[in-house]
Design a protein around this ligand. Structure first.
Ligand code: ADP
Ligand code: ADP
Length: 232
């Protein structure tokens, strides 16, 4: 099964028919397991709505959203919560807790599940090259380092799918390059399927195999990019 599948998905917000905002209009797409897939579009195109549907934060007005072969609408609250642990999220603004260290931020999702895995947290610190920063607080880090913490935190529950919402929009060119490479390494090392929302074509060209272009809630076209870059 595809890692993420939208079948005829429409999402509208508020109001009776006619006054409702159509955020997504009859969208069908399939992201294959292990793929790095781009969602491109200007502000208001429906990209955030698509991500919120992927992780079950919202449900479609029509159509079906499936993750790893499971239609999210068929899940009980408890099973949806379990499924959401199979989905990692990385945001533009990093969303780290300022009063927790790097290590504590990365451990947080495990703590919320009342579990721990010190060895895996150590591995992730090493994977994002922040072992030497484990005891620092977010305010002591650069933007790129903060995003590396956020990526490690998103991976700590071993998600099959990672959703990235404009992960490099707050970063300079060199740091953007580093973070995009880290996402490719994430896919290579953990087999994670990655969906990356961006308004920048360069981001798509750098790491995506394919990308869906959205405009006014409609999927306009699917681009196939020559292949994914891998470099050290
Ligand atoms: P993007 O992420 O591409 O900027 P969004 O998914 O945020 O697009 O928004 C798509 C459309 O849906 C926009 O017109 C937006 O104003 C509208 N929209 C998004 N979320 C809501 C909401 N919670 N309530 C009402 N309208 C919304
Ligand atoms: P983005 O472009 O990154 O989606 P927005 O500023 O459009 O950022 O949206 C931020 C939040 O506001 C989102 O959670 C979205 O659902 C909500 N939102 C967007 N448009 C509307 C709207 N017209 N009415 C209510 N909520 C909205």
């Amino acid at each position: 099964a595809p890692a993420v599948e939208f079948a005829g998905v429409t999402k509208h917000y508020g109001g009776p028919a006619g006054s409702a905002v159509v955020a997504l209009d009859d969208v069908s797409l399939a992201v294959e397991a292990g793929e790095i897939f781009g969602i491109l579009g200007e502000s208001g195109a429906g990209k955030s709505t698509l991500l919120r549907l992927c992780n079950g934060l919202e449900s479609p007005s029509a159509g079906r959203v499936s993750v790893e072969g499971t239609d999210l609408s068929t899940l009980s609250k408890a099973r949806l919560a379990a499924m959401r642990r199979r989905i990692g999220v990385v945001f533009q603004g990093f969303n780290l807790l300022g009063n927790r260290t790097v290590r504590q931020n990365i451990e947080l999702p495990l703590k919320l599940q009342r579990t721990r895995d010190r060895e895996f947290v150590d591995q992730l610190l090493d994977f994002v090259s922040l072992s030497h920063r484990a005891g620092n607080y977010p305010a002591q880090l650069s933007g790129g380092e903060k995003q590396r913490v956020a990526i490690a935190r998103s991976l700590v529950t071993r998600p099959g799918v990672l959703l990235c919402d404009e992960p490099t929009s707050a970063l300079d060119t060199q740091t953007t390059h580093d973070i995009l490479n880290l996402l490719v390494h994430t896919r290579d090392r953990f087999g994670t399927t990655i969906v990356i929302v961006t308004h920048e074509l360069d981001v798509v060209k750098a790491i995506c195999r394919r990308a869906a272009v959205f405009e006014g809630g409609r999927l306009r076209e699917t681009l196939t990019v020559r292949g994914e870059r891998r470099e050290k």
